[in-house]
Design a binder for this molecule. Structure first.
Ligand code: IPE
Ligand code: IPE
Ligand code: MG
Length: 248
């Protein structure tokens, strides 16, 4: 089956080459707002709408999981007023869009230290996870107060603890076992990472999971990264020759 765009891009996507798990580094909200003469917070606010738009399309395309980097462990370095604003966004976001996720069989999840967020923020995320837990369509996973180095260190500490307590033996430690200790353990393997806004770096995002992911860096700022841009990115993905170190 083909998914076709009806615009001038004429992009056709092949169902059998749709990635299972895509991830977005949603970057450029602040610059997008500045360009419009607006405060950075306006960019964050408008950027959230795009999560819903792209999640609905990803679900329609049969993508199994979409992880969005919403707040990094390093983003605490920003002014408190901006951090506070971002922490208020989940409440408004789920108030408006949770019904769309329920209607479209989308399951909400998160990775990261949401326990470090204010209780009201935490509660709304946990409630959305709970309400959508039986949905079987797209997994929409929020990386919130997430950092990959922290994730890896937490896994190491948990493994050391389990070895000490005799729950596992040192010999059992394998790549598979290590992955099962990561926050992303229940997500499909990451196929494709898309970063918006022109920056070509990973900013502490899913470092372990990215080992063999394809990558796409777009100059478009996150709030402007629409369905057409998603199709362009997926078109690029479908042309990648994934060799995993072998030969084809
Ligand atoms: C991404 O946009 C959102 C978060 C990091 C929370 P930015 O806020 O980083 O926007 P720019 O990169 O400064 O334009
Ligand atoms: C990465 O963007 C984090 C998120 C998108 C949540 P940043 O804007 O924080 O990354 P740097 O500072 O440009 O590396
Ligand atoms: Mg940025």
């Amino acid at each position: 089956m083909l998914f076709k765009r009806k615009d001038e891009s004429n992009i056709e996507l092949m169902e059998e080459l749709i990635p299972q798990h895509i991830a977005f580094i949603m970057d450029g909200n602040g610059r997008w707002a500045k360009k419009k003469g607006m405060p950075r917070t306006y960019g964050h606010h408008e950027g959230t709408k795009n999560i819903r738009t792209l999640a609905l399309e990803a679900n329609r395309l049969g993508i199994k999981a979409m992880t969005v980097y919403a707040f990094s462990t390093e983003n605490f370095k920003r002014p408190q007023s901006e951090v506070d604003f971002i922490f208020k966004l989940p409440k408004e976001f789920f108030k408006i869009y949770l019904k769309d996720f329920l209607e479209n069989n989308i399951q909400v999840r998160y990775i990261g230290h949401i326990e470090q967020a204010p209780k009201s923020t935490r509660d709304v995320i946990l409630d959305s996870v709970e309400q959508t837990k039986n949905n079987t369509g797209l997994i929409l996973c929020f990386a919130f107060i997430y950092g990959a180095q922290d994730e890896i260190l937490c896994a190491v500490k948990d493994i050391v603890k389990d070895v000490k307590e005799g729950a596992i033996s040192e010999d059992e430690i394998s790549e598979e076992l290590f992955e099962s200790y990561l926050m992303s353990a229940d997500l499909p393997p990451l196929d494709y990472m898309i970063r918006t806004s022109g920056e070509c770096r990973l900013s502490n995002f899913m470092l372990w999971q990215m080992a063999y992911a394809e990558m796409y860096f777009s100059d478009v700022y996150w709030p402007d990264f629409d369905v057409e841009e998603l199709y362009k990115a997926l078109d690029h993905y479908q042309k990648c020759d994934r060799r995993y170190g072998g030969l084809k």
